[in-house]
Ligand binder design. Structure first.
Ligand code: NAD
Length: 327
């Protein structure tokens, strides 16, 4: 079965070729992102394998279906970028990788907390420049601090477990409380109360019509002054211009982002020789208390291996008429 992998980087190629590729699956790696300009490359491919910043809106799905595609195999857990009603109308099956390594993402969220709190990004540059002073690098102990976890599914629960290990007090918000998180001593509260009480807030809920701009100017001003916000979920969970306002006034003390509302045009590409055209991101990057990573929270060897193997299994099961992990 001819399978075209859009947005495939060298690490995708390595992980898929190291997995057990069934003889029936023929993999073709395409570095380009799936857009209206590149969709014709998928003609005569029954399977298209897509990642988070590939465009799976209605016009693209219609073009894919017309070219003979029958299955969209997502290499991600999130599926907010797929127009599902259109896929259904066209008879396109959509499968995903619901879980590959919650540890990869949860541990990256913790890495952002430690980096921001202890100003490691600044310390790294300072010592390399021969500046061994410590002014401006004062952090805080994590033990005893209150951490708010928004979304306590697989990643949020793993994150909560790690923060409990630091001796933090846990607050949680999720329409479906997780008994494993309650067992850690977490208290489930309405979102507003969580925001008012937490010194660190980390977002781990999916992006949908209920969660778009969940964090906006009002919610930012509900938070404790100089609190820390971490977003490894999806960019549009937060209203980015509102973050800039809250950072300028000092209301928001620290910001760690692995995802950005407008990331599709930027992330996963080397644009270091070009002027940055995105003024919002450019302003964000000027703050010393902001760290942005380019959607790399998933990027561990273990997660990549699990993504490759589950995707291959998803394609095999779909071809056998017993689909799994359907969206
Ligand atoms: P999951 O489905 O296991 O958990 C999501 C949780 O969010 C569920 O418990 C659900 O009840 C809760 N939720 C739903 N609506 C909510 C709302 N309005 N408010 C609060 N909570 C709500 O998913 P997961 O595997 O833990 O992944 C969570 C998200 O992390 C994904 O949707 C994806 O967007 C993101 N993610 C990011 C990366 C990355 O590399 N940065 C990688 C994987 C996943």
């Amino acid at each position: 079965m001819r399978t075209l992998l859009y947005s495939s980087q060298t690490y995708d190629r390595d992980s898929f070729l190291s997995a057990q590729v069934p003889a029936a699956i023929e993999l073709h790696f395409q570095p380009a992102r799936l857009t209206l300009d590149t969709v014709a490359l998928a003609d005569h491919y029954p399977v298209v394998c897509a990642f988070i910043n590939d465009d799976l809106s209605a016009p693209i799905l219609e073009r894919l279906a017309a070219g003979g595609t029958r299955l969209i195999a997502l290499r991600s857990a999130g599926f907010n970028h797929v127009d599902l009603p259109t896929a259904q109308r066209l008879g396109l099956s959509v499968v995903r990788v619901p879980s590959y390594s919650p540890h990869a993402v949860a541990e990256h969220a913790v890495a952002l907390i430690l980096l921001l709190n202890r100003h490691l990004h600044r310390a790294y540059n300072r010592t390399r420049d021969g500046d061994f002073t410590l002014h401006g690098l004062t952090g805080f102990d994590l033990v005893g601090k209150t951490v708010g976890v928004v979304g306590t599914g697989q990643i949020g629960a793993t994150f909560a477990r790690i923060m409990a290990g630091f001796g933090c007090q846990l607050l949680a918000y999720d329409p479906y409380p997780n008994p494993q998180v309650e067992a850690l001593g977490a208290r489930y509260l309405p979102l507003d109360q969580l925001l008012e009480q937490a010194q660190i807030v980390s977002l781990h809920c999916p992006l949908n019509e209920h969660t778009r701009h969940l964090i906006n100017i009002d919610s930012l001003y509900r938070m404790q002054r100089a609190a820390m916000l971490i977003n490894t979920g999806r960019g549009a969970l937060v209203d980015t211009p509102a973050l800039i306002e809250a950072l300028k006034s000092g209301q928001l003390g620290y910001l760690g982002l692995d995802v950005y509302e407008e990331e599709a045009q930027l992330f996963f590409e080397d644009r270091s020789d070009l002027p940055l055209q995105d003024d919002v991101l450019a302003r964000l990057l000027t703050f010393p208390n902001v760290v942005v990573t380019a959607h790399q929270a998933f990027l561990t060897r273990e997660a990549l291996g699990a993504i490759a193997q589950t995707t291959l299994d998803n394609i095999t099961q779909w071809a056998a008429g017993t689909p799994q992990n359907l969206v």
